[in-house]
Design a protein around this ligand. Structure first.
Ligand code: THU
Length: 163
């Protein structure tokens, strides 16, 4: 018996340390919180996806009175981008969350279902997606989605293996 340790590399920084490109994407995600439809949770999330061709798609969470019918900002943004550009890889995703009159101080982290969707896009285009998790006091950058979802279920998991 032995123990395995799976590591995730997280770059922690503050806003001023971001590149101009990343600052712009973070600003786009922050601006999107105003457009969230979140009357139930009052938790407003903004997401901005940048494609390899430079194009940016921005979105917010969309809730529903039948709660599970709503969708997180990350998935709205990613599906929107993939639907418009099915051949173009995604380069970067930025997310920000606003509640009780303030942006979260700690970096907002995508839920498990969103990570699964982000992973599919990363695998689909065989291109790492960097994720910028915004917090007003600190920001995390993770170089690829796979690191955010260890022991993931992926396409190859569907291959039936028999002994
Ligand atoms: N939400 C997101 O949009 N993204 C996240 O990363 C976490 C949660 C949304 C879902 C729901 O509308 C609200 O925030 C509260 O969970």
């Amino acid at each position: 018996m032995y123990q395995k340790i799976i590591e995730t590399k997280i770059t922690q920084c503050n806003y001023n340390e971001l590149s101009e490109e990343y600052k712009k994407l973070v600003e786009t995600a922050k601006n999107q919180v105003e457009k969230a439809y979140a009357p139930y949770s009052k938790f407003h999330v903004g997401a901005a996806v940048q494609l390899e061709n430079g194009e940016v798609f921005a979105a917010s969470n969309q809730e529903n009175s039948a709660y599970p019918s709503g969708l997180c900002a990350e998935r709205v943004a990613m599906f929107f981008a993939n639907a418009q550009y099915p051949e173009t890889p995604v380069r970067t995703l930025a997310i920000a969350a606003f509640t009780n009159g303030n942006f979260l101080k700690s970096p907002i982290s995508p839920c498990g279902a969103c990570r699964q969707v982000l992973l599919e896009t990363e695998a689909r285009f065989e291109k790492n997606i960097a994720t910028i998790l915004y917090g007003s006091e600190q920001i995390y950058i993770i170089d690829n989605v796979k690191q955010m979802l260890p022991l993931c279920f992926e396409k190859s998991s569907l291959d039936i293996k028999t002994d």
